[in-house]
Design a binder for this molecule. Structure first.
Ligand code: 13P
Ligand code: SF4
Length: 300
């Protein structure tokens, strides 16, 4: 199957991108793996005519927004993100109307329609820098209340958040973390900013998925408890084969991230199905908020 996928990728001038939460065999077959920010940048840079995005719908939409001349395929068109669906365009407009003058920072885990009415996007890797770059003293953040509350720790600006959350990260409770820490007192605890504030309070380090990869490679520590979707354990082990990685909880599985199989990739390439498109009107507006975010990344 892997060989057939490689052949089709070459034949169609396609690139295979996979998020760090994808099943191990998908990550191993990919040309590039990464976090939401890294993959959206790669999608905008590639010369390939076709982007096969192994992730969830909003990620493929971001690729379509940034690369309008390319065909973007999502091997499982039913792979969505429940957090992204916790706010719609009308909600976002009303949120802004309630706080005139405040800029709306929207997590990339959102639909293209919501990005289109957003001032600037952010990811878990750049949220603090994005909020610092915004001119208004009051900043609205959506849809993730946990990322917003985490970001609020690093700014004097007033952060007002939307009450959305990631069901996979919300599952991780303080009790779970304390129990795992109790079993492994010599391990460092690293968690994702989508985790609950009380979990973040007891963490040694808080970062995005690619941040976790970089941090654990560089650190002298040999044992880590990982508080994010358990798909990340595979690239962490690959990056640091001599180190030990323990999931903070085995419950942390995102069902949407686990849908994609090698057969789905083969089928979508073979039949060129699962095309993700964004209307030109929404695309140009959404692109402005993504471009503004990418500018923050480049400037610093
Ligand atoms: P990052 O890979 O950007 O940290 O995102 C986490 C996530 O939940 C993606 O769906
Ligand atoms: Fe959405 Fe959470 Fe799954 Fe990421 S892990 S796709 S934020 S539900």
């Amino acid at each position: 199957m892997k060989h057939e996928i490689k052949r089709l990728l070459k034949e169609k001038n396609a690139i295979l991108l996979a998020h760090n939460y994808q099943n191990a065999e998908i990550q191993d077959a990919a040309d590039i793996t990464g976090d939401s920010l890294g993959l959206s940048i790669e999608a905008s840079k590639t010369d390939a005519e076709v982007i096969v995005f192994c992730g969830v719908h909003f990620m493929a939409e971001s690729a379509a927004i940034l690369s309008p001349t390319k065909t973007v395929l999502l091997p499982r068109i039913d792979a969505g993100c429940p957090m992204a669906d916790m706010i719609n365009k009308d909600d976002a407009i009303s949120f802004k109307e309630k706080y005139p003058g405040a800029e709306l920072v929207t997590y990339v885990n959102s639909t293209a329609e919501v990005k289109a009415v957003t001032d600037i996007c952010c990811t878990s890797a750049n949220a603090i820098r994005v909020v610092a770059s915004v001119k208004s003293d009051t900043v609205l953040m959506a849809p993730d209340k946990n990322l917003a509350q985490y970001t609020a720790r690093f700014t004097d600006k007033k952060i007002i958040w939307w009450e959305g959350f990631c069901p996979t990260h919300e599952k991780l409770t303080l009790e779970d973390v304390l129990e795992t820490k109790g079993k492994h007192p010599d391990a460092e605890l690293i968690v994702h900013p989508e985790c609950r504030p009380e979990v973040i309070d007891v963490a040694d380090h808080v970062t995005s998925t690619s941040g976790m990869l970089a941090y654990t490679k560089e650190s002298k520590t040999m044992k880590f408890i990982i508080g994010t979707e358990i798909g990340i354990i595979h690239p962490l082990k690959k990056g640091s084969p001599k180190k030990e990685f323990i999931p903070a909880s085995e419950k942390m599985i995102c069902p949407n991230m686990k849908l994609t199989t090698l057969k789905d990739i083969y089928d979508c390439l073979n039949e060129m199905k699962g095309v993700v498109q964004v209307s030109e009107e929404i695309r140009t507006k959404a692109k402005k908020s993504l471009d503004r975010m990418l500018q923050v990344k480049r400037d610093e």
